[in-house]
Ligand binder design. Structure first.
Ligand code: NAG
Ligand code: NAG
Ligand code: NAG
Length: 305
């Protein structure tokens, strides 16, 4: 009887079931202009973002900058999520900002009509999201350009999608030990966030941090849409070694994995595909080779485009 009940129950669970799950998710990662372009290389993606997504079962396509809107739309319809990395691009006027804006608009429209498409912003990518959602640059200077911090979880974080699959010991470690790497000199303060109606209704704040003087928002998820942001860098703990303040403890590295696992799980809910296997093959980042970055770079490896 119990078994029968179970079978009946399972046949009524279409959403997120194995039948609909996309176990071959492909995620776009945004490139950005190099500070010092050289012949044949004008933009880059730090390899740690690619490894981050690959470690949890996704493949990656680079999203090149300065493409036409038509090209971005075709790519959007072929991939299952997009990640806006950290960096130094201008969130309003750069090619990175333009591409992020086009994908954001497409993602919001798609999600509202039931075509699931997750978006992730890390550091600069999160700052970009606050600009795209509010239409305003609401950032303030903070003293957070090279420090790992414990997250101050909000009460609302307990009911979050992002952290729902995290083991209790890991959440405990994230809230008490400096495991989240911050390398930004701009932040969205809790005050500016709360004073902006667009941001406040769009994002649930999951954590905050402070530089000792100014409290800022450090983790968000969209209330209704699968749009996520962290002011900190989940990818660095496992994959970047150039700075002494990056944590590499077992909990720190698991944090990298659980964050990647969450976002890739979201991408598995998207059913976009390339028109052909050949198109897919040509778009994947496997056609490019990461190179050791200069010793003074904060990155270990970079892809150049
Ligand atoms: C993108 O376009 C901007 C503005 O024309 C230009 O400065 C930049 O070098 C271009 N970058 C790439 C990677 O094409
Ligand atoms: C900035 O923060 C660091 C610690 O992360 C501290 O040593 C330094 O004194 C701070 N600087 C200012 C101007 O507050
Ligand atoms: C968070 O929850 C605790 C315990 O329920 C409560 O004491 C506290 O006031 C809450 N904080 C906020 C900001 O709502």
């Amino acid at each position: 009887m119990f078994l029968l009940l179970l079978c009946v129950t399972m046949s009524f669970v279409p959403v997120g079931s194995t039948a609909e799950r996309n176990d071959a998710p492909i995620i776009g990662v945004l490139a950005q202009d190099l500070y010092q372009p050289a012949p044949g290389r004008s933009s880059y993606i730090a390899a740690s973002y690619v490894k981050f997504l690959e470690s949890a079962g996704a493949r990656v396509v680079p999203v090149r900058i300065n493409q036409t809107e038509k090209q971005y739309r075709a790519l959007f319809n072929s991939i299952n999520g997009v990640l806006y990395p950290g960096g130094g691009a201008d969130i309003v006027s750069s090619g990175y900002g333009r591409a992020a804006g086009i994908f954001y608009k497409l993602a919001v429209e798609a999600n509202l009509r039931g075509d699931f498409f997750p978006v992730w912003g890390t550091c600069l990518g999160f700052e970009e999201l606050t600009y795209l959602t509010s239409g305003k640059v609401l950032l303030s200077h903070t003293n957070t350009s090279g420090v790992s911090l414990p997250l101050s979880f909000t009460n609302e974080s307990r009911a979050s999608r992002m952290f729902s699959g995290f083991p209790a010991y890991l959440l405990e470690a994230m809230g008490t030990k400096p495991l989240t790497e911050n390398s930004h000199s701009w932040s969205i303060t809790t005050k500016n966030f709360n004073d902006n109606p667009e941001l406040k209704v769009f994002y649930k704040v999951l954590s905050t941090n402070t530089d000792g003087r100014t409290e800022f928002v450090s983790t968000v998820e969209g209330y209704d849409l699968p749009i996520y942001g962290t002011q900190w860098h989940p990818e660095k703990n496992a994959f970047e070694w150039k700075r002494p303040y990056i944590a590499h403890s077992p909990s720190a590295v698991r944090l990298t994995f659980f964050m990647a696992d969450f976002f890739v799980s979201e991408a598995r809910k998207s059913s976009h595909t390339f028109d052909s296997e050949e198109e897919e093959r040509n778009a994947l980042i496997y056609n490019h080779r990461p190179e050791a970055a200069a010793p003074k770079s904060i990155f270990e490896q970079l892809y150049y485009f």
